[in-house]
Design a protein around this ligand. Sequence first.
Ligand code: GDP
Length: 330
Amino acid sequence: MSEDARRALITGVTGQDGGHLAELLHDQGYEVFGLLRGQRNARKEAFEREFPYVHLVEADLTDQTSLIQAVITAEPHEIYNLGAISHVGYSFRNPQLTADITAKGVLNLLEAVRITGMAERTRFYQASTSEMFGGLDYNRPGNGYTEDSLFHPRSPYGVAKLYAHWIARNYRESYGMFVSTGILFNHEGERRGLEFVTRKISNAVAAIHLGHQDHVVLGDLHPKRDWGYAGDYVRGMWQILQHSEPDDFVLATGETHSIEEFLTLAFQEVGISDWRPYVRQDPAFMRPAEVDILLGDPTKAETILGWKREVDFPGLVKLMVQHDLRVLGQ
Ligand code: GDP
């Protein structure tokens, strides 16, 4: 371990944001540590090939002792807690596991920092989410949800993330710890998992264009999301922790688009002007409670941190479809 380098510990390092963030921190000269779960994690080898510079530390967000050990090993100046059950649909099928990891895991990690006496020197980033807002009729986003908008989560995932958000703020207020939260609206890209609707669509469009499949099965096409590019958002996470004070920041594009709009642009990217013949719907992909609309107002992050997203909605769709055409075409 180098004495001089700044050290960062990332939980959820094998996920979409973990990959983008590990790359960004490494480029900035950080020594990067990543938490890896399980006796034989299926993602380990591929991850090590892509990120040979990340020190992997075995630990589990539900296991307090392992987290204490991980914090002692990494001695991090910055912790980015990205580890979570992060899929809304999955959280309805596994609500207890979601609570254990997405909610209580944050408490376990905060306690690990406090117990080891690292609270003074370690800055802590908690990945909060727009799913905490809910998009209900009585709480529509107007010009965009802000850091002070009302919360009404609509899924076990959203409820667990709300606990995580508040326990993070509570540790800041109770113990004076440098704990910040980023309330991130949906962010996508070439590392997004196929279980999320944007990547499912970009992957299917590429496969249809290449003749590998003839349709894609989706759920509700009307919900609207504020979709940005994950690469822009991890830069925001880093900026949040470099700020002089711990605080809460919304990261969003300030635009909202329906799944139909995403479908339209994605199919246009391969020269198909009408997506309808290629899309079927199945209630299996619908949720017991839906979030109809999300729209964020990133004014605070733009003003205080100077953060600004670079990729716009058409740029995001293009980037994802072109990536999947390259990957599937090989
Ligand atoms: P979320 O906003 O975190 O739930 O991100 P997702 O990408 O999983 O879902 C975004 C929206 O797409 C939600 O309103 C889903 O109900 C809707 N949706 C429609 N069809 C699908 C599908 O086949 N898979 C997923 N994941 N979402 C779908």
